[in-house]
Ligand binder design. Structure first.
Ligand code: FAD
Length: 307
């Protein structure tokens, strides 16, 4: 399977890719195959598959007491990546792998699974804090920042496992991407602070970047310039997500720490229903995409289709 970098290097025009979420627990994988079958006509370069850590949910008991339960609502990231790779051999897969909920040993085990499945492209992320926590808490012996995860993956590429007494260890061949935030990460005091750590992730061996979604290309262009100014040379893939409901106008800025331009907000607010919103959202994404293609982005990455 070609690495994302090879696909980017050999591209004749701007590539297109998309992100999918594993189905909710209890649903089947056919909805994912269906969407890929539709998108395959457009020859996508890759699809990334999000990783969803466990959440705490409260179940009401017969006696009206609440029982705390830990559940993973969308399991199956690695299996879905393997299934897609098997069924759609031309479509590269990038499963997301996160620090949250994993000790370094569990991460190593997951990486060995991925290596044996010949899944060689990964997106290494910290993951968000659990909903019940105020800030991100790593597992015991887990990673606090995504850079530590990148370093662990790159170590495996060199045959360095956690047990440093292993001899003649198999070297993996992962190509690792990381996340970045054109409007800065919500916890970073400013963009320069965030970029300093982004540069460290690249220096640690990450070879491509996928950004958080944004609706104002000027912010992305500024971000790319700042990256290039501090010596980040790897491909920067913009994340795009067409607005499809009125509610998203207030939810997206809050959850993802991004601005939605006033012009787009006004257009959405004038809509009578979400069908109209979807039309506006798609048109906005088309205009954004045209400008990004002219700017020379390697790939357009469309985020999150819920199944
Ligand atoms: P990091 O790179 O660890 O950065 C987190 C924060 O810490 C930043 O503010 C950074 O500036 C700062 N920082 C980094 N290193 C250091 C350091 N050494 N010292 C001090 N500060 C530091 N989440 C999921 O749970 N599952 C997914 O599948 C998923 N997919 C995503 C895909 C994309 C394209 C993006 C953009 C985000 C995704 N997320 C996902 C969300 C992501 O996990 C969160 O945004 C998370 O809060 C940060 O992840 P990160 O990898 O950027 O963290």
């Amino acid at each position: 399977m070609k690495t994302i970098l090879e696909k980017i290097k050999n591209r004749k025009k701007t590539l297109f890719s998309f992100e999918i979420l594993p189905p909710l627990r209890g649903r089947n994988i056919n909805s994912i195959y269906k969407i890929i079958n539709t998108l395959n006509d457009f020859n996508p370069a890759f699809c990334s598959i999000t990783y969803h850590r466990e959440e705490i949910v409260y179940k009401k008991l017969d006696n009206d007491f609440l029982q705390e339960k830990i559940v993973r609502k969308r399991p199956g990231t690695v299996a879905i990546a393997a299934a897609i790779q098997n069924k759609f051999p031309n479509l590269s897969v990038i499963p997301h792998i996160i620090c949250g909920g994993f000790s370094d040993e569990e991460t190593e085990n997951a990486l060995i699974d991925l290596h044996f499945l010949e899944i060689n492209n990964l997106l290494a992320l910290r993951g968000d804090s659990m909903k019940c926590e105020n800030s991100f808490n790593p597992e015991k012996n887990g990673h606090k920042y995504s850079i530590e995860l990148v370093k662990q993956i790159i170590n495996l590429n060199k045959g360095k496992y956690l047990d440093n007494e292993l001899e003649n260890s198999e070297k993996t061949n992962f190509s690792v991407g990381v996340a970045a935030y054109p409007e800065k990460h919500s916890e970073a005091p400013n963009l320069d602070f965030d970029l300093k750590f982004l540069r460290k992730k690249i220096d640690a061996g990450a070879s491509f970047i996928i950004t958080q979604m944004f609706y104002d290309n000027k912010k992305f262009f500024y971000f790319v310039k700042k990256c290039r100014d501090i010596g980040i040379k790897v491909p920067i893939i913009p994340g795009l997500k067409p607005i499809s409901t009125k509610k998203q106008i207030s939810i997206i800025p809050h959850i993802f720490n991004i601005d939605i331009p006033e012009k787009l907000v006004n257009q959405v607010l004038k809509c009578k229903n979400n069908k109209e919103v979807r039309k506006i959202g798609i048109n906005w994404a088309i205009e954004q995409s045209k400008e990004l293609i002219d700017f020379g982005v390697p790939d357009l990455h469309f985020c999150k289709k819920n199944f």
